[in-house]
Design a binder for this molecule. Structure first.
Ligand SMILES: [Fe+2]
Length: 310
C-alpha cells in the first residue's frame, strides 16, 4: 500500500466530544458540562416581568441557563392571572424572541400552535395519557416523529396547577449521555444505532395514521448538537435485540427511576414554566379524587429548533 492509498482512508472530519474514539476531547467537555450543571443545580426560577417580552437581562439569563443545562425554569407573574388566550399569545411572542420555530402539525395543536394539556374527553384526546390524570413516564417529546420532524425544544407553561400531584421531573439529555458513556461507552454505540428503537405504526380511532418510527436514541445534528429520542414505555415499542442495547436501556431506565443529582423536580405554579431543549421529562399523576375532575391546565409548545444561542 502506498502513502496515497493510506491517506485516502483517513477521515477529514475533526474529532469532537461525541466521538467514542476521542476520549480526551470527551473528558474535557464532560468536566466542563458537569461543572456548569453543578453551578446551575440550585438556580432559582428566573423572573420574567412580561412573558411576551423578556427584557435583555432576562433573555440573557434564559439563554445562559439553556446553554449550560438545556433548560430554564421561569416565572412570569403577569401571566399568572391573565386570560389563557392572552397567555397563548404571550407564549407565542416569547417563542419568537427565542427564534424558535413552532411545530404546527401536532394533531392537538390549538390556537397559535399552543397545545392545552388538560383532562379531556374530546374524541381525539380521550384515552391519551397527556389528557388524563394519570402519571406519564420518562420521555422526550416527539420520539415517534419522522426524522425531519424532530422536536428540539419546548415550553411547558402552567396556567392552572393541580390541587395535588402533577409534578414534573426533567433531566438534561447530555447528562443522561454522560452517565451512560461513563458506565460503558458501548451503550452509546448501541443507542446511536439507526435501528435502536422502533415505535410501531399506529392508527388512531379517528382514522389518523402514523407510520412506524425507527431510529437511534442519540444522534448528533449538523450543528454538533445532541438529539435524543426516548420513551420509557414498555408497550408498543421494540428495542434492537442485542445485548448492549438491552443493557443500555435497563441502565437508562434505572437512572431515570432512581434519579440523578441533576434531575430537576418542579411542581409548576400558575405563571411558571420551563423552556428546554427537549430534555427528558415525566409527570406524576394528579387530582385523583374519583368524584371530582381536575382543572389542571398546562400549555405546551414544541419547536423544530433549539433555543437561540444554545
Ligand atoms: Fe412530554
Amino acid at each position: 500500500m502506498n502513502n496515497n492509498t493510506k491517506t485516502a482512508h483517513i477521515s477529514t472530519k475533526t474529532p469532537n466530544h461525541w466521538d467514542l474514539d476521542a476520549p480526551k476531547i470527551y473528558a474535557r467537555w464532560r468536566e466542563n458540562k458537569l461543572r456548569q450543571s453543578q453551578e446551575m443545580a440550585n438556580a432559582e426560577s428566573l423572573v420574567i416581568r412580561d412573558l411576551a417580552k423578556p427584557d435583555e437581562n432576562e433573555m440573557r439569563a434564559l439563554i445562559e441557563s439553556c446553554a449550560k443545562t438545556n433548560m430554564a425554569l421561569y416565572e412570569a407573574p403577569n401571566a399568572a392571572d391573565q386570560h389563557p388566550d392572552d397567555t397563548r399569545l404571550a407564549l407565542r411572542s416569547f417563542s419568537e424572541q427565542m427564534d424558535l420555530k413552532i411545530a404546527e402539525d401536532h394533531r392537538s395543536a390549538g390556537k397559535n400552535g399552543v397545545v392545552a394539556l388538560t383532562v379531556s374527553q374530546a374524541p381525539s384526546q380521550r384515552g391519551y395519557l397527556p389528557y388524563s390524570q394519570r402519571p406519564m413516564n420518562w420521555h422526550t417529546d416527539g420520539y415517534y416523529n419522522a426524522p425531519d420532524q424532530q422536536i428540539r425544544a419546548m415550553v411547558l407553561h402552567c396556567v392552572n396547577p393541580a390541587r395535588s400531584g402533577g409534578q414534573n421531573q426533567f433531566l438534561d439529555c447530555e447528562i443522561a449521555y454522560i452517565r451512560l458513556r461513563d458506565h460503558n461507552p458501548a451503550f452509546i454505540h448501541a443507542l446511536m444505532h439507526p435501528q435502536a428503537m422502533t415505535i410501531p405504526e399506529n392508527k388512531t380511532d379517528d382514522g389518523e395514521f402514523r407510520p412506524a418510527s425507527i431510529g437511534p436514541v442519540f444522534s448528533v445534528d449538523k450543528n454538533n448538537h445532541l438529539a435524543m429520542r426516548y420513551t420509557a414505555r414498555t408497550r408498543s415499542i421494540a428495542w434492537r435485540q442485542d445485548e448492549d442495547t438491552q443493557a443500555a436501556v435497563r441502565f437508562l431506565q434505572n437512572l431515570l427511576e432512581n434519579g440523578d443529582p441533576f434531575t430537576k423536580t418542579a411542581t409548576l405554579k400558575a405563571g411558571q414554566g420551563i423552556l428546554c431543549n427537549n430534555s427528558l421529562h415525566n409527570r406524576t399523576g394528579f387530582d385523583p379524587e374519583k368524584d371530582r375532575s381536575s382543572d389542571r391546565l398546562m400549555f405546551r409548545i414544541r419547536f423544530h429548533n433549539r433555543v437561540k444561542g444554545t
